[in-house]
Write a protein that binds this ligand. Structure first.
Ligand SMILES: Nc1ncnc2c1ncn2[C@@H]1O[C@H](COP(=O)(O)OP(=O)(O)OP(=O)(O)O)[C@@H](O)[C@H]1O
Ligand SMILES: [Mg+2]
Length: 297
């Protein structure tokens, strides 16, 4: 991998606003997505991305840009390919038997599927948090120290662990029980521990696949607040089924659906990608409008 380029173009920041869904709930668009004075370019992009599982074309022709130090939400009905696209962004699909990726996925301009690119380094720079909290059966400390130990960054490990736990807004709750097993934490604490584990190796991008779907509203709120903090330092891509969450936290939103092809197979397709405010208040495509207003999906 090469170092991130500094030659970044201007991109607008979403102004906060409100949208309304059919249930009459006001969606506070951009509520938690912080305003940022500094402009940013694309940290990552996909070009002409197609993903197959064996002969099955799961996702076709996806062009997306993920702005640096912004939150991008991927939304759409079940099976439209959100997780598939997310996994392409750090080569996790390499680990799925039969999965094949065509097109380009770039990280600061470098094709992460290009020759000579080390997929372990890709996953260190582009970390992932999964739907179900998945701590290792180890102590809280050892969970967070795992990545730095594997990557050989063993100096100042205590500081690294503390910083990551502080970054994940968990330090105050666990600082007196770092040697206890992570399984003793609540679900929301376990998810924040997984975020601490992901940021301990100092990635640049955080991919989150429905990180709150197993959590109660209070734990969800803490993770959303945390995302607002983390985006100061990280580029975040989040898959969510929660429209309010997408509207609250993200700067840009990509809406996918599964379209029948000429053989009747349902292929994941990117319908619309824009600033979150635009997607929720004035979508260009009727399918987006139907989905966000709850008429479909
Ligand atoms: N490992 C796999 N092997 C074969 N097909 C797969 C595999 N993973 C996903 N698919 C198929 O690819 C398509 C997209 O799946 P994906 O999991 O990306 O959808 P999703 O939008 O994340 O759905 P959900 O909202 O339910 O999580 C689906 O048709 C799914 O059945
Ligand atoms: Mg999924």
């Amino acid at each position: 991998m090469v170092n991130p380029g500094k030659d970044q173009h201007m991109s607008p920041t979403s102004p906060p606003g409100t949208a309304q869904d059919t249930a009459g709930i006001h969606l506070a668009v951009g509520d938690r997505a912080p305003e940022q004075p500094r402009s940013a370019g694309a940290a990552m992009a996909t070009e002409n991305l197609h993903v197959y599982y064996g002969d099955f074309l799961a996702v076709r022709d996806v062009d997306l840009q993920f702005d640096d130090r912004r939150i991008t939400a991927l939304i759409g009905p079940s099976g439209c390919g959100k997780s598939t696209v997310l996994r392409c962004l750090n080569r996790m699909n390499d680990l799925v038997p039969g999965a094949r990726v065509e097109g380009r996925v770039t990280y600061h301009g470098t094709d992460i599927y290009g020759p000579g690119v080390d997929e372990i380094e890709v996953r260190r720079r582009i970390g992932m948090v999964f739907q179900k909290p998945n701590p290792f059966p180890k102590s809280i400390y050892d969970n967070v120290a795992y990545g730095p130990r594997v990557t050989g960054a063993k100096d100042h490990l205590d500081d690294t662990v503390e910083q990551a736990l502080r970054g994940a807004a968990l330090w105050d709750e666990v600082k007196d029980k770092l040697k206890q097993n992570a399984y003793g934490l609540s679900g929301g604490q376990q998810q924040r521990l997984c975020i601490a584990r992901a940021i301990a190796t100092r990635p640049d991008v955080l991919l989150m696949d429905e990180p709150c779907s197993a959590l109660d509203p209070i734990a969800t709120s803490k993770i959303e607040d945390l995302m607002g903090e983390l985006v100061q330092d990280f580029t975040i891509v989040i898959v969510t089924h929660n429209m309010q969450q997408a509207a609250r936290v993200s700067h840009s939103t990509a809406f996918f659906t599964a379209q029948p092809d000429e053989h009747g197979d349902r292929v994941g397709t990117l319908v619309e990608f824009d600033r979150t405010l635009k997607i929720f208040e004035d979508p260009a495509d009727k399918r987006t409008e139907d989905y966000i207003s709850g008429k479909f999906g």
